[in-house]
Design a protein around this ligand. Structure first.
Ligand SMILES: NC(=O)CCC(=O)C(=O)O
Length: 264
């Protein structure tokens, strides 16, 4: 499986419309990839909190429409990162979307742990309440979004549902880049999954510098690819069978004692 990580910047002076066009020219560099992944809320800009209401879109809105065209043109799965989704009740959510090569929606995930530290996400968005897995020709995919990396019980919930690869779109600031590295490696090893973690780059609203360093980490903790700090498209070849191989050779998940029966 060839993975392309599109580590995109969302400068405040660029409109979502212009950004979708510019993102398309970066995505075009991913030709030959089987899976293309973009960051969290790149079209709206994660840190553009004042503009969330006006930049929210229905699931079948302009960002899904362009990503659908990219998926069809490349014949690839496109994980578009996430959008600010406005649902039928008017609530806003941070919704990650995976498009299949034929342009159909293969998976959605509404971010469960919305962020409140130096962020208005938790005030503006409604947390998700569903955790599902997508079957793909490259194995079973799950998704978590950015801050969710800090909550291992969510990841274990994905593993319990059969996840082998977890895609993580993010808008993770440079100030906590070492946490980003630590958690992406830690979740891969602890949950014995392939982690595809794609961060944003560049300066966003409020002068926040995003951390970049998108990475693919295998279940043994080997970093198969890691981007630099700036905008970049980085490709990486992965054998998805590595997940079953590591789980068979080192069956730590089979040794769980949960619930902790007999433990006081
Ligand atoms: N976009 C986010 O969820 C940011 C999370 C973050 O910066 C952190 O956990 O640290």
């Amino acid at each position: 499986m060839r993975i392309a990580m599109v580590q995109l910047a969302s400068p405040p002076e660029e409109s979502p419309e212009d950004r979708r066009v510019r993102a398309g020219s970066l995505v075009a560099q991913a030709r030959g990839a089987d899976l293309v992944v973009l960051p969290e809320l790149w079209a709206a800009g994660y840190f553009a909190f004042d503009r969330y209401p006006e930049r929210a879109e229905p699931l079948e809105g302009p960002t899904v429409a362009v990503a659908r065209e990219w998926a069809r043109a490349l014949g690839a799965f496109v994980h578009l990162g996430s959008i600010i989704e406005r649902d039928q009740h008017g609530r806003l959510a941070n919704t990650a979307v995976l498009l299949a090569p034929d342009g159909t929606i293969a998976h959605t995930y509404r971010k469960i742990h919305v962020f409140g530290y130096a962020s208005r996400e938790a005030e503006l968005l409604t947390p998700g309440d569903r955790l599902e897995i997508a079957e793909t020709p490259f194995g079973r995919f799950g998704a978590t979004t950015c801050y969710d990396l800090r909550f291992p019980e969510l990841w274990r919930g994905l593993v319990d549902r059969g996840a082998q690869t977890v895609v993580v779109p993010a808008a993770w600031p440079a100030a906590r880049r070492e946490h980003w590295r630590l958690f992406t490696t830690c979740r891969a090893v602890e949950e014995q999954v392939l982690v595809v973690a794609v961060n944003a780059a560049g300066r966003q609203d409020g002068g926040v510098e995003l951390g970049g360093h998108s990475r693919v980490v295998d279940p043994w903790g080997t970093v198969l690819a890691e981007a630099g700090a700036g905008e970049e498209v980085l490709c990486c070849d992965v054998d998805p069978a590595v997940v079953d191989r590591v789980r068979a050779e080192f069956p730590v998940l089979a040794d769980r004692r949960w619930p902790l029966a007999g433990v006081r």
